[in-house]
Design a protein around this ligand. Structure first.
Ligand SMILES: *Cc1c(COP(=O)(O)O)cnc(C)c1O
Length: 352
């Protein structure tokens, strides 16, 4: 498939063509040396007295072999949140351009757009949180520069229909970010295997969820090398700390642990969904391809407050579109999930 209407040079903000990126001391010198007097660092070792690799090459090589994607297709951000911000800043003129996304979805796309003075066009999903490609395509106008699609979607938990996502990517002249933060919990390979087909696709993943490294702040973007080069040009030079790079590499060496944990979480998800759906207070447990469940209760507010009082924190999603009376519940360990169920069994509705 080709996308005749996509032209990256028309999507990048014009003033960025004049940008001369900051060149770090470590960019200028690429050989091997043992005297480093180029970066004004403290010479006495602390474990972290040197600046980190601005290109995170070792970590990228690890991710490259894990995901079977060349390093030139990989960008690493300080969490996905940095990637979202950089993509918006790369393409959208403040007070003029817009991003387009679905509703309900992850809140950071709109927040990041707002911070950058960029409008957000929101297209509702169906009542069952499904994507209608035609609705998106109809809403595209010349101000929309980036489309964000989250699949599996947060907070609904479902994978978006892949053919509908493809329709959007192929119909759009701008960039499409497919946010796959939860893809490891789905029975689907997502869009990485077809990355090379789409010059305007950015697949975003993260080490924060399945990989268990939320505290390190490592967000991943996979795209055509030309897009990766632009992201590298505008990122803060040392956006991934040395500590984060070292710990991420170490953790990824542990080949067995992550798939095992993902298997356990998926099995717990099935058990938790079953137990929840047997409760009278539960109207509906939405199908989930992620590590959380969107659950509609009879009176979510009362349930939320009750759980909070019992030291169990879930996410109130009752005010999002199609989310009335819904709580979003993360799948925890078997013990944690059982504590939740036990608490819910003992719940009594407050007298009217
Ligand atoms: C949790 C989450 C992320 C991850 O964000 P990080 O900044 O990488 O921790 C990204 N997208 C969605 C939809 C999420 O729910």
């Amino acid at each position: 498939m080709n996308t005749p209407t996509f032209d990256l040079s028309k999507v990048i903000r014009p003033h960025l063509y004049k940008l001369r990126p900051y060149s770090t001391a470590r960019d200028d010198f690429k050989g091997i040396a043992d005297v480093f007097l180029d970066a004004n660092e403290n010479p006495y070792p602390s474990g972290f007295n040197r600046y980190p690799d601005p290109h995170q090459l070792k970590l990228k090589e690890k991710i490259s072999s894990l995901k079977k994607i060349a390093t030139e297709n990989i960008f690493i951000g300080n969490g996905s949140d940095e990637v979202i911000d950089l993509v918006i800043r790369l393409c959208c003129e403040p007070q003029k351009d817009a991003i387009l996304t679905i509703e309900p979805t992850y809140g950071m796309y709109e927040v990041s757009a707002q911070i950058n003075g960029v409008r957000t066009v929101k297209i509702p999903l169906t009542q069952c949180f499904e994507l209608e490609a035609e609705d998106i395509i109809e809403a595209i106008d010349h101000t929309v520069k980036v489309i964000f699609l989250c699949t599996p979607n947060n907070p609904s938990g479902n994978l978006l229909n892949k053919e509908a996502v493809r329709k959007v990517i192929s119909a759009f002249y701008g960039l499409v970010v497919v946010d796959e933060a939860y893809i490891d919990f789905a029975d689907d390979a997502g869009f990485l295997p077809e990355l090379s087909k789409w010059p305007n696709l950015i697949v975003m993943q993260t080490l924060s969820k399945a990989y268990g490294l939320a505290g390190l702040r490592i967000g991943l973007a996979f795209a055509h090398p030309e897009i990766i080069r632009w992201l590298n040009k505008i990122k803060p030079p040392y956006n991934i700390s040395q500590a984060a790079q070292i710990h991420a590499i170490q953790h990824l060496e542990n080949q067995e642990v992550i798939p095992n944990q993902v298997r356990m979480i998926k099995s717990e998800r099935r058990i938790l969904a079953e137990k929840l759906s047997r409760l009278d207070m539960v109207q509906k447990v939405f199908p989930s391809d992620a590590n959380f469940l969107m659950v509609r209760f009879n009176h979510s507010k009362a349930v939320y407050d009750y759980l909070l009082k019992n030291g169990i924190i879930v996410r109130d999603r009752s005010s999002v579109l199609h989310g009335n009376n819904c709580l979003r519940i993360t799948v925890g360990t078997s013990e944690e999930n059982q504590k939740l169920i036990n608490a819910l069994i003992q719940f009594e509705y407050p007298a009217a």
